[in-house]
Write a protein that binds this ligand. Structure first.
Ligand code: AMP
Length: 190
């Protein structure tokens, strides 16, 4: 099973993506995690993305597309989290999945207001101290979501592939709604 999960930072996307992947024994492919691992390693890619990441800006499309292509070629089933964030990334994803014969089964959108997203990201900042959870970076990331990622949401909406789920409830409530939505569109629970 191949699922894409979309939603603003702070929508609980990572938590839900991990859960969907764990229940089905498929990979959780999160571009934010891939970049954090590259920075922790101090690789060339890591060094290049650090200042961009810390500001809450978006890493250039060509770099992200190369990183994700390599990963998706290796996985049969996956939950994709954090990619695509721009229309060129979405187009590249469609082309690469077509080329490797691994189309998406479902696209889930987790909806939360900017207020809830900001509160959650600030709480995470207090707990984990992520560099990109500073107040300026949070504002920047949500602005970029509206500007560049919402067109991606609209694109999958127009394809009729998108299922929207409210993301403001408790983790288990949201998880149950996601499972219902997946069953409704004919994607089994395993
Ligand atoms: P995340 O953990 O998904 O919130 O991602 C953290 C940061 O990694 C983002 O604010 C961007 O700087 C970078 N990033 C992750 N995924 C992408 C992507 N698909 N395109 C560009 N930048 C990304």
């Amino acid at each position: 099973m191949r699922v894409l999960i979309l939603g603003p930072q702070g929508s609980g996307k990572g938590t839900q993506a991990k859960r969907i992947a764990a229940v089905r024994g498929i990979a959780h492919v999160a571009t934010g995690d891939i970049l954090r691992a590259a920075m922790a390693e101090g690789s060339e890619v890591g060094q290049r993305v650090r200042p961009i990441y810390d500001r809450g800006d978006l890493v250039p499309d060509d770099l992200m597309i190369d990183l994700i292509r390599e990963r998706l070629e290796r996985e049969d089933g996956f939950v994709l989290d954090g990619f695509p964030r721009t229309l060129p990334q979405a187009e590249a994803l469609d082309t690469m999945l077509d080329a490797i014969g691994k189309p998406l089964d479902a696209v889930i959108l987790l909806e939360v207001s900017d207020d809830v997203a900001t509160r959650r990201l600030q709480a995470r900042s207090d707990k984990e101290g992520r560099a990109d959870d500073s107040p300026e970076a949070i504002r920047n990331r949500l602005r970029l979501y509206h500007e560049l990622t919402e067109p991606v949401v609209e694109r999958y909406g127009a394809d009729g592939m998108l299922v929207a789920v409210g993301g403001e409830g408790f983790v288990e409530e949201v998880a149950a709604q996601i499972e219902d939505a997946l069953i409704r569109i004919g994607v089994s629970s395993r």
